[in-house]
Design a protein around this ligand. Structure first.
Ligand code: 3H9
Length: 685
């Protein structure tokens, strides 16, 4: 058939011309798809027998956006804004048949059509801000015209995916079909009936005026700015919508396009697009095994961690058996889990009925024998290698032969834990981050003898839990906490060298970290890391090693839980500076003979980043992580690294390598090779 290509086909059915896109996995708007859309519209416009044109997709979704793989390459014609305008200009009515997720450019194509029909549950959205962009093909222009400026502003600046049912009070969706019926057939029937009744028309959204309403722009922009936390795109999107709200569509689209192209070249967009790919890669692995089906999960330990892990599994629909040593401890754990679900209901994240159904999957016991039917048992007890070894010895005797045994240890040697079971192949690490039902990161830890089946199963379970699962190897702290220790060492050293607690936290949060490193220490408990480090030999080559933290612990200043740590806390939990904490640090620095100096905020951020880069590269070189981008995924999802800055490795790639190398040399010269070892920068070249 003329003008078709491998991604777009043309058919006719009666008086309807059909343009069908088949470009897996998500029918993104590649050059061929854009070309096919233009040619299909032209072809059917020239066919006198055709009265309407349907755009539909094969596979799992209507068009999910511009083709991310094409970003970074020189743009090729036809450009998407021209394609959507061409569709809107069609003399014959064009109908988009939506299902799955019609996103970004895909939704912009739909908005250019004259009708939109959809399967119930289909979602639409303009998520470009999540990639550091704004819609670049009329999204900021046509959406306000059909749903009003207020709703469009929220959708564009937040990048949300919204169910089509939420638009019943607007003209966005003309008809919604039930899931059970065949969407393609229903769409054709709907279009045929419009043709037969003579009511079909060319309804161009671009020609409508915008309902600006009584929007308080300054207040809206202040809200958007607060939420954006350093991200540029939401503010640019708001600015474009504000500036163009009353302009004719083509003028508005010109301004939109300029802003889009400018953002596309920005470092933030490069970072966010990189993160999109890095996250998809982290879930991939080359394990030579099919995962086994996990339905029933056992959890040992009902403290904060165990309860959070149990909540995460229940949330994903697993049955969970929770075991503690005493009935009292069990009751406390169950109460924590129940509260987590109550909070979800209160925040509107789930209905009470759904929470009740999920919670019905929870059983509890004080006997390990109750794990006899579990497919996976996760240990979340306190960090003591001997206690854990004894626990695994007991678990090994009561669980099914193919049950996977996972430890949630943060630092301990999983090889040692695995050594006590008959088949160490079944032992892996599943390192969750607190609170485990909220934090996205899951390190799946491969011990020396862990089987591929056990690891592949844990990676699949992680996906079902909606975690960012990253496969890592065994070392002290695995990937995330080993880097966190290195980062913490540098923060602590800067304290001893004269940077203040407040300056460090402010410099790091202003740069974009979710929390200041010292406020984090206070929140998690300064003693936790201190105890883990104390179980290791003290690094004699580094006399200042976490000495500031040690002096807090020596004074019983453990953080929020003792109302004092690096900061002091009032009854309402509000933090203030405490001269006593500063005095303790200064006195420690004096004991150690460390000269005092002043730091700029940039110096603080740079040194913290250099520490992360150095340790991240070492982890990759040692094979603890599979790929460098995994380092970034770990830091984004486990440690509050700002997403729009891409991660430590992305940051390293933005720097001039000779300059970076010089900075490492300086730090090495001012301390020692043991603290700042040689870094292989060719890895990021
Ligand atoms: C845009 O449209 C700009 C325009 O306004 C203006 C232009 C001028 N391109 O996430 P999944 C791949 S900006 C290419 O695992 P799910 C993805 O890499 C774009 N590929 O599945 C993965 O590949 P692989 C606006 C894409 O079901 C596979 O699809 N659109 C694209 O959990 C499956 O993905 C967006 O930002 C793409 N656009 O979720 C949408 N999208 O199997 C971004 C996905 O090789 N995408 N892939 O790893 C998403 O939000 C989710 O992928 C989606 C599916 C909801 C679609």
């Amino acid at each position: 058939m003329a003008n078709e290509n491998s991604q777009v086909s043309f058919f006719t059915q009666g008086k309807i011309g059909i343009i069908e896109i088949n470009y897996p996995p998500v029918n993104a708007l590649s050059q061929q798809v854009r070309q096919g859309l233009v040619e299909g519209v032209d072809k059917f416009n020239q066919d006198a027998d055709i009265k309407a044109i349907v755009i539909r997709c094969k596979e799992r979704t209507f068009i999910a956006g511009a083709d991310i793989k094409e970003f970074g390459k020189p743009p090729t014609v036809p450009f998407l804004p021209d394609v959507v305008n061409h569709i809107e200009a069609s003399e014959k009515p064009v109908i988009a048949s939506l299902f799955g997720t019609s996103l970004g450019g895909g939704f912009e194509v739909a908005l250019a059509c004259h009708y939109r029909v959809a399967q119930k549950g289909a979602k639409v959205g303009l998520p470009e801000v999540n990639l550091g962009l704004i819609p670049g093909a009329g999204g900021t222009q046509r959406l306000p015209r059909v749903v009003g400026v207020g709703k469009a502003l929220a959708m564009v600046t937040q990048g949300t995916h919204v169910k089509v049912e939420d638009f019943v009070d607007t003209n966005l969706i003309d008809e919604i079909f039930e899931i059970e019926v065949n969407l393609n057939e229903q769409t054709l029937q709907y279009v045929e009936s419009l043709i037969e009744s003579g009511s079909i028309e060319v309804k161009r959204l671009g020609f409508q005026t915008v309902e600006a309403g009584s929007l308080d722009w300054d207040a809206e922009i202040a809200k958007i700015s607060k939420k954006a936390r350093g991200k540029e795109a939401p503010l640019v999107a708001a600015d474009v919508i504000r500036k163009t709200a009353e302009l004719p569509i083509l003028e508005g689209m010109k301004i939109e396009r300029e802003a889009f192209l400018q953002l596309r070249e920005s470092e933030q967009s490069a970072a966010l697009r990189y993160v999109f790919g890095a996250e998809k890669s982290s879930a991939k692995h080359e394990l030579n095994a099919q995962p086994v089906n996990v339905e029933s999960v056992g959890i040992v330990g009902a403290g904060n961690m165990g309860s959070g892990i149990a909540t995460a599994f229940l949330n994903a629909g697993y049955t969970v058996n929770l075991v503690e040593q005493t009935e009292d401890a069990l009751r406390a754990g169950i109460s924590r889990i129940t509260k987590n679900f109550e909070s979800n209901v209160k925040r509107g994240r789930m209905t009470q009925e759904k929470a009740d159904n999920l919670l019905a999957g929870l059983t509890s016991s004080t006997e390990y024998a109750s794990f006899s039917n579990c497919d996976l048992v996760i240990e979340a007890i306190f960090e003591d290698i001997e206690v854990k070894k004894s626990l695994f010895t007991q678990l090994d005797k009561v669980v099914k032969p193919d049950c996977i045994l996972a430890t949630n240890t943060s630092y301990l040697d999983i090889d040692q834990i695995a050594s006590v079971v008959v088949d160490p192949g079944r032992v892996i690490g599943m390192h969750f981050f607190s609170p485990a039902h909220i934090m996205k990161l899951l390190e799946v830890v491969k011990a020396e003898k862990s089987s591929d089946i056990a690891l592949a199963t844990a990676m699949t379970v992680g996906k079902k839990l909606r975690k960012m699962s990253v496969l890592v190897g065994v070392c002290f702290g695995f990937a995330g906490n080993r880097m966190y220790t290195r980062y913490g060492r540098e923060i602590q050293q800067m304290l001893l060298e004269g940077a203040s607690i407040e300056q460090i936290d402010k410099a790091m949060t202003n740069w974009g970290m979710a929390m200041g490193p010292l406020a984090v220490q206070d929140l998690s408990g300064i003693d936790i890391g201190h105890n883990a480090r104390s179980a290791q030999p003290f690094p004699e080559h580094d006399p200042g090693y976490f000495r500031a933290a040690a002096s807090m612990v020596e004074q019983g200043r453990l953080g929020r839980k003792t109302s004092k740590g690096f900061y002091i806390y009032d009854e309402a939990g509000k933090a203030s500076s405490d001269p006593e904490a500063t005095r303790l640090i200064k006195s420690k620095a004096q004991d150690l003979g460390i000269a005092q100096k002043s730091f700029t905020d940039n110096e603080i951020v740079e040194r913290a980043l250099l520490a992360l880069i150095s340790e991240g590269l070492a982890l990759y070189k040692e094979g603890i992580v599979q790929r460098l981008s995994d380092i970034d995924v770990i830091w984004l999802h486990g440690y509050g690294f700002p997403r729009h800055k891409g991660g430590p490795i992305f940051q390293a790639r933005q720097k001039d390598l000779a300059d970076l190398s010089g900075k490492f040399d300086e730090l090495r010269a001012s301390s020692s090779e043991l603290i700042w070892p040689a870094v292989d920068l060719t890895l990021i070249d």
